[in-house]
Design a protein around this ligand. Structure first.
Ligand code: PLP
Length: 462
């Protein structure tokens, strides 16, 4: 049998030796990043100039003065000004395995030796099949019926594809149901689903959306009843007009609010009775609860028709059941993703499934517990300033300064300067949120990050 020459190339001892040398050298340099470090004063001026230039080039300032140097060590990342920080936001969920992770670097080296940088729908390499197979295996491990996996280069595009699949399946239905406070992305269509008026200023109306109130943890029954009533009212007002309902099982941008199994199941039962497809947007939740998918955590496997993933998976994707298979031409783009992202995505998904991360005693649960315990201790010491913590798995948040947006914004910038990168989420209250890089973090990192957080809060209160 003739095998591809590429297989021989990758197994060539010279390649293996060269990779070993590269990775060992990288390890040596990474190991020099041992903790938070302030910027190098000699680099300050150049860095500030670079930041200003980049702001001008992109037509708007960056949220943080962050330009990475290209080196990291686990949860630590070095910036081009020589500073070192704990990255507890991971590019809003992308660097789930931290920075300069050995296995990720190796997969990226393999990708660099491959023939192309980008792969596309017309010409893919073999690893695309492996990633699609792995995502579907993961998606169906608790009984869902996902049959297909279509790649794209952003979470928004994965969601666009999901909506297109549902609209075509339910044609001529022309409306979508979604939760109040949801975030789906910022394309022209999704800006109208994302429940944030500021994100659609000046944009012409697109998709028609009917909103259902989200779950309120303090009043489970009342909240479930209210949402069910609202859903039924929408269905009555526009019979046969809904192509699907979008579920964000933990409101991410909306403030790290987890829903509830019974709440979701009751809504989903009504949708099922009306033959309305169910889309679960897992762009942020994928790989972050104590199950691979949040729909598995909430036990909704029997309901999901379409699921979107992104961020931690590196490559974004729309997974759907066989019934929803679209006609030819509905889905395609030039790019599926970069070769590195495809290889690294598969590695991360595989490690999430097989590396002891999932389940009530898995690594995600243990990191969550450690982080939450430390934040509770902090709350006990600063009861007038901090409330919480909130969240689930690798998504952890707390409220500071009563959730006052301006003060929270000032705080997260002060925290950034002090060496911990977090972010905000929600409005009224605006929370401080963290996305724990579970593939890289240690208990010591968590302890150190919370100490810096507490010191920064205390400084701001003086
Ligand atoms: C739940 C959810 N859906 C969709 C998106 C959009 O993904 P992207 O920014 O990759 O387009 C995000 C991004 O934060 C998200 O959190």
């Amino acid at each position: 049998m003739r095998r591809p020459i590429a297989n021989e190339f990758m197994a060539d001892p010279r390649i293996r030796e060269a990779k070993k040398v590269l990775l060992q050298t990288r390890d040596e340099y990474s190991a020099r990043l041992t903790g938070v470090r302030p910027p190098d004063s000699d680099l300050k001026m150049d860095y500030e100039r670079l930041m200003r230039e980049y702001g001008d080039l992109r037509g708007g300032r960056l949220f943080y003065p962050y330009l990475g140097s290209g080196l990291g060590n686990g949860a630590l990342v070095e910036l081009a000004d020589g500073s070192v920080k704990y990255d507890f936001i991971s590019g809003i969920g992308v660097h789930h395995w931290g920075h300069s992770h050995a296995a990720i670097m190796e997969a990226s080296l393999d990708a660099a030796l491959s023939d192309t940088v980008m792969q596309g729908n017309l010409q893919q390499n073999v690893e695309s099949v492996e990633l699609a197979r792995t995502l579907l295996e993961g998606g169906n491990r608790k009984g869902a019926r996902l049959a297909h996996c279509f790649f794209s280069t952003s979470g928004a595009m994965a969601n666009e594809n999901a909506l297109k699949v549902m609209f075509q399946y339910k044609y001529p239905a022309n409306r979508i149901l979604a939760f109040e406070g949801c975030f789906m992305g910022r394309t022209l269509a999704l800006s109208h689903v994302t429940d944030k008026p500021e994100y659609r200023v000046g944009l012409p109306a697109g998709v028609s959306v009917d909103y259902v109130p989200y779950y309120v943890d303090e009043r489970p029954e009342e909240s479930t009843g209210r949402s069910l009533d609202q859903l039924k009212r929408h269905l009555k007002r526009y019979p046969g007009k809904h192509a699907g309902m979008v579920f964000e099982l933990v409101l991410g941008e909306g403030g790290f609010l987890p829903g509830n199994r019974e709440f979701f199941r009751e809504l989903m039962q009504v949708l099922r009775a009306h033959e309305i497809p169910i889309l679960v947007d897992e762009i942020q939740t994928f790989g972050r609860t104590t199950e691979l998918f949040a729909f598995q955590y909430f036990g909704l496997d029997d309901f999901v028709d379409v699921v979107t993933v992104g961020k931690a998976s590196q490559v974004c994707a729309t997974l759907f059941t066989d019934e929803l298979t679209p006609g030819p031409g509905l889905l395609s783009q030039t790019f599926t993703s970069s070769t590195a992202a495809i290889r690294v995505g598969r590695l991360i998904v595989r490690q999430l499934m097989d590396g002891g991360f999932l389940g009530p005693a898995g690594r995600i649960a243990r990191f969550h517990d450690r982080f939450v315990t430390r934040l509770q201790e902090m709350e006990a010491r600063l009861p007038d300033v901090v409330h919480g913590p909130y969240g689930i798995g690798a998504m952890v948040a707390f409220t500071a300064f009563g959730g006052h947006a301006e003060k929270v914004n000032r705080f997260i910038h002060a925290l950034f300067d002090a060496g911990v990168i977090g972010f905000y989420a929600g409005a009224d209250p605006t929370r401080v949120r963290f996305l724990i890089p579970v593939g890289a973090v240690t208990f010591n990192d968590i302890d150190a990050a919370v100490t810096i957080t507490e010191n920064t809060l205390a400084r701001m209160c003086r």
